[in-house]
Structures are given as structure tokens and as C-alpha cells.
Design a protein around this ligand. Sequence first.
Ligand code: AMP
Length: 483
Amino acid sequence: MTSFDDLGLSQKVLGAVADAGYSTPTPIQEGAIPHALLRRDICGIAQTGTGKTASFVLPMLTLLEKGRARARMPRTLILEPTRELAAQVAENFEKYGKNHKLNIALLIGGVSFDEQDRKLERGADVLICTPGRLLDHAERGKLLMTGVEILVIDEADRMLDMGFIPDIERIAKMIPFTRQTLFFSATMPPEIQKLADNFLQNPVRVEVAPPSSTAKTVTQRLVASGSKDYDKRARLRDLIRAQDELKNGIIFCNRKKSVADLFRSLERHGFDVGALHGDMDQRSRTTMLANFKDNRIKLLVASDVAARGLDIPDVSHVFNFDVPIHAEDYVHRIGRTGRAGRSGSAFTLVTKADSKYLDAIEKLISQKIEWLDGDLTTVVASSDDADESKGRGRDRDRRGKGRRQAAETTSTTETSNGKKAENVKQARNTENTTESAARNSRPRPANDDHRTRRGRNRDNDDGPTPVGFGDDIPAFMLVAAKA
Ligand code: AMP
């Protein structure tokens, strides 16, 4: 078996690796490190959780031992799609670089420029950045990238999803052509392959753990639900309450707006819950994540982008409030549980509109996922099945009924805790939110691709911007007009 000593890493790095308690390199480390040390370009196909970060940080540290940083001229540059990932890579540099005296600058959005400027002024050996913030610094003339020897492009498929590729192309043009490039992606669809061909020169390809597999130790179940948000929320609450073995769990939503709404709803219903989404400032996100890691919060509602790549230790449960639109996201989400041979449970709420996405997931993972207690034919026809166009009066009635049902469910479930009055009140509060959500769930224009607009996207890492008032419609506009 290969050991870390066989990879060609420096003594300082080996010391830090031993202190981290790692005995053997992971496959991506074994495959990438020796080539990276020989200054070869790398095309690494690996997802988070495979030890991917150390596979580029360790050789970079070894290579950086020669030479020194100069003011405003960084020697290495790492691009990450989200602030959390960037912060995590910085932590890795601190951990593995504890025997080095390197200056690291973390250039991410959502925090002030001043301190970042000071770090650049002092001279940074390593820049860890989100693309938008890096370009902001470069455009302000605060940064010269002609000294960059190593460029890392991490999570390339996510960069593509988020519309960051034009930014990365611009950045790559500011860096000498003779650089070494280490390129990582969890998946390798043709567009990503094309990018890799553009950015890399004669790369060594290292591929580990195909992204289409879910751990055998995870019990996966589909849970049929009505389509309205309040149906799904009630179903989710029942599901969570039914879990005897729930230690901690992540609840995934497809949009950041749903994350915020679901979080507020669960909180009102008395769950021990936090949220992670792209609109939160950096400090709140970091605090939230720390609270979850330290078991101060049991449930975390998150979007894919906000949660992607986060180094969260094994969770017992994953709940998909929405069926993910990209099948690979299902694999990533499920990968949060059942790590290192431990058992885990993953539940996915499925509505009638989700069949197409569900088919794609089952095809990707080459397996049929079992239904928990009956498939979609068991879902009692609810408001979502009725034709919206059948008249506003009837529509209002139906919503009223749905809301009353939601309130009843809540009050009966919680009566045993002696909280009936309080919970009916809570349910009523939820009604207001669900009503505004229902009224505003208009389809967005198909071409509303926020990701192509760099300015808007720089500090924003998921979900389209709401149209008009979004779900935050003022209450006075929700009062029914008198005939
Ligand atoms: P990553 O894929 O970089 O997010 O790493 C996932 C986790 O694996 C992190 O918690 C690392 O600290 C850990 N890790 C990285 N390399 C090794 C190794 N060789 N042995 C054990 N754990 C590792």
C-alpha cells in the first residue's frame, strides 16, 4: 500500500499530515500528488469527501517552499465557486501549512476590501478566491497576477452552473501561459471537458469514485406528497417526527427562497433548525455551520450551492424537500450521509411534477428507489391537482380549506405537548406565509438566467432573483378585492 512518504512531499508537509492523523493517501491524493509535484497539469475528477483538497494543497505547499512572496504578486491562485469552499480551503492551508511561514489571502465577497487589501500589500504566497472578488481586486489595480505559478480551478462543474466561466477565462488571461494548472470537477460533461482542454496542457487525468454511485449504507426512500408548499411542509414535519434515529440532518431545497421559507416554517413549528443560503452574510453562514457541526442545531435547511463541498461530518439523515433538478445533485446530497461505512437515511419528497427528474436520478444511479408508504397514486387529490383557471372564488375556497387542514394537522400532532393554542397560532402564521407563497409562485421567464449576468452574481451563489416582490408581497396586497 502506498504511504504518504512515497509521494515526494517535503518533510514539513509530511509532519503536518502525520499531525492531522492521516495514515494513507486517498486515491485522488495518490493519483494526483506525484504528478503535481513534477509540475504537470492535472485534470482531477473527484467529488468532495474524497480528500480532493489535500490532493492540491499538499503539493502546492511543497512547491512553495522555494521562493518568497512579493507585495501584490501572489505565487499561487485557487479559485472556488463559493465563499464557504474558499474558506474551507484556507483552513486546509492553515492545517497542512502549520510548519510553513506562508501568507495566505482569502479574497471572498461579503466581507470588506480593506483587510484583503492589507494582506495583498504584505505579499501573499497563496490567494484563495471566488472569481468575482478576485476580478474586483484586479480591476482596482490592487493585484498583479503575472507572478502566479500555480492555478487551481476547483469544482469546475459548479463554476459552470453558476455562470462563472467567463470570469475564469478572464482571470486565466491575466496569468502567465507557462503556469501549472490543477483542474478539479465532480463530473465531466462535454462542456467541462471543453474547458479542461482550454485551460490545461497535456494534463494527467486522475479519476476517482464515479459520481453516479450512492453509498450502500444509505437507506433511500421516496415520499409521495401533494405539490403545494404547505402539503410538502406538513409531509416533511411528519416525516422528521417519525425518525427515531435522527441525530442530525440536512434538508435540501432547490431554491434559496424555499430555504428561507422552509426554515421559518420549521422554526415556527418548534424544530431545532438553522439555514444556509446564498443571501446570508458570511459571518451568519460561518456561525450557522459551526453550530451545526457542534451539534447545537439538529437540522440544517440548505440549498445545493450553499452546502456544496462543505466539510460537514457524517449526518444521520438527508431530506430532499425538492427533488433536485440536476441528477448529480441527488448523489451529492445523499453523500452527506452514510459516510465511512456508517448507516444513514435519505428521504426525498416527490410530487406529481417531479417524475421527469426522478427518472433521471434513477437512471443515473442505476437503481429504483423504494417508496416509503405508497407511490404518488396514494396522494389524496389536493388543491394542487385542481385547475387553477377554474375561477378565483373557488380557488380562494380551496386555499382556505388547505390552510385549515394544515392548522388542524399541526394542532392535533402537538396536542400531547399541551401546546395546542400556541400551535394553532403558529399554524395560522404559517398560513399567511403559504398563501403569499402560493400567490406568488408564478413561473419565471425561461430566459431569466441570472447566472449570465456577472455583476449580479458576484456575491450571490444560488437561485434566481425573485420577480417583483417575490414571496415578500406586502400584506395589504393580499387582501381580496371587494366585488
Ligand atoms: P475533501 O474531499 O478535501 O473535502 O476531504 C474530505 C475529508 O477527508 C476532510 O475532512 C479531510 O480532512 C479528510 N482527509 C483528507 N485526506 C485524508 C486522508 N489521507 N486520510 C484521512 N482523511 C483525510
